[in-house]
Design a protein around this ligand. Structure first.
Ligand code: SAH
Length: 348
């Protein structure tokens, strides 16, 4: 019989499992403590479980559904991990050591899919195409492995690696919920960010279900036709509709929605700043600016002075902004550069 990944279990599923095995429900919290807080890689290490229970679990379950294939370290300290799934796919995760203004914070950027179906022109993951969704266990184990291999404990998680989280909605939400369990990683919901290219159905469902994590939406343009050229998702998910949806439904009590904006030479004019202000005038948003990273996209990054001028315009218009520094460019670990390394054709 094929073993199933134990990290796919929610708390209630783990309780049912222990009930079936004739054990008390509190074993579930002990299990999460071993798997995530203590981050062990064998059932044998779970010393408050009986020998018999440990060997039953060993027979039925697998702890790690992904294995390290390669690790690269950037001159800025960023670490990129390439993992191989049990069925031979490749995914990448990135450990970022300084998070702009939040000095000293450690962030793990995780993948939600093998490849990606969204086809954004500036992103290398898109070039792989879509292979499959990741399971909750494959999502969670990226954090376990990066923590174990780096010896560092991160405080932040961003779903900004390979894939579109809202195309793998259930698994992503289940994984996020498990990250937040108090007897597991216990990562605060405020420190988990889910980033989408802007799928309206997903955003609406997310709001309706009152998911408590930070929401980030990749905007990247202010002119719909121009956005559609680089982000095909715009055609069926117009940004004007996203703005309307946020205005109509996003609760005032929540953290602002982050709009991510990849700056190119041709999308940061004074007019762009004005349009941005206008489209999102009533939504509670903040803007996260990042310069276009290298890739074979044929697009031009902006100069320092163009960036400075755009930032000034936005400041005058009172749009809250942060300018994000790019990390890990020399090892292909920066935003839009994750291409699973082994998928040769995707690398330029
Ligand atoms: N699919 C999700 C998450 C993965 S992309 C999303 O679209 O949000 C994570 C972020 O990287 C997005 O904001 C995306 O716009 C940005 N990105 C992609 N390619 C980039 C590049 N070449 N340079 C800078 N940022 C890039």
């Amino acid at each position: 019989m094929k073993k199933s990944p134990i990290k796919n279990l929610s708390a209630s599923e783990a309780e049912s499992l222990f009930a079936e095995l004739g054990e008390k429900p509190y074993r579930a919290s002990q299990l999460f403590n071993w798997l995530y807080e203590k981050n062990v890689d064998s059932f044998d290490a779970m010393t408050n479980f009986s020998k018999n229970l440990r060997s039953r679990l060993e027979e039925l379950y697998l702890i790690s559904p992904i294995a390290l294939e390669e690790r690269a370290i950037s001159s800025d300290g960023t670490e990129k991990y390439l993992f191989r799934t049990v069925d031979g796919h490749f995914i990448e995760s990135v450990l970022i050591k300084r998070d702009g203004s939040e000095e000293g914070r450690l962030t793990i950027c995780i993948s939600s899919q093998v490849g990606c179906p969204m086809g954004c022109r500036f992103c290398r993951t898109a070039k792989i195409g879509f292979r499959r969704n990741l399971s909750p266990a494959e999502i969670l184990d990226q954090i376990c492995q990066v923590r174990r291999l780096s010896g560092l404990k991160n405080d932040n998680i961003v779903f900004m690696g390979m894939g579109e989280p809202f195309m793998n909605y259930e698994n992503v939400m289940k994984a996020a919920e498990i990250m937040n369990y108090s007897f597991g990683f216990h990562i605060s919901v405020r420190r988990i960010t889910i980033s989408t290219c802007g799928l309206i159905k997903g955003i609406e469902r997310y709001i309706d279900e009152k998911r408590p994590y930070n929401l980030a939406i990749s905007l990247n343009d202010t002119v719909p036709e121009k956005r559609a050229e680089v982000m095909p998702v715009e055609k069926a998910n117009p940004m004007t509709k996203i703005a309307e949806l946020l205005e109509r439904k996003f609760p005032i009590s929540r953290n602002r929605v982050t709009l991510e904006y990849v700056m190119r030479a041709d999308n940061i004019s004074r007019e762009d700043a004005g349009r941005l202000r206008k489209i999102f005038r009533r939504g509670r948003i903040k803007l996260n600016l990042i310069r276009l990273n290298r890739g074979d996209h044929g697009l031009t990054p902006p100069s320092e002075s163009e960036v400075a001028a755009f930032v000034r315009e936005l400041e005058i218009m009172n749009v809250p902004i942060t300018v994000r520094k790019s990390f890990g460019d020399d090892i292909g670990a920066a935003c839009g550069q994750l291409a699973g390394t082994r998928y040769g054709a995707a690398n330029s």
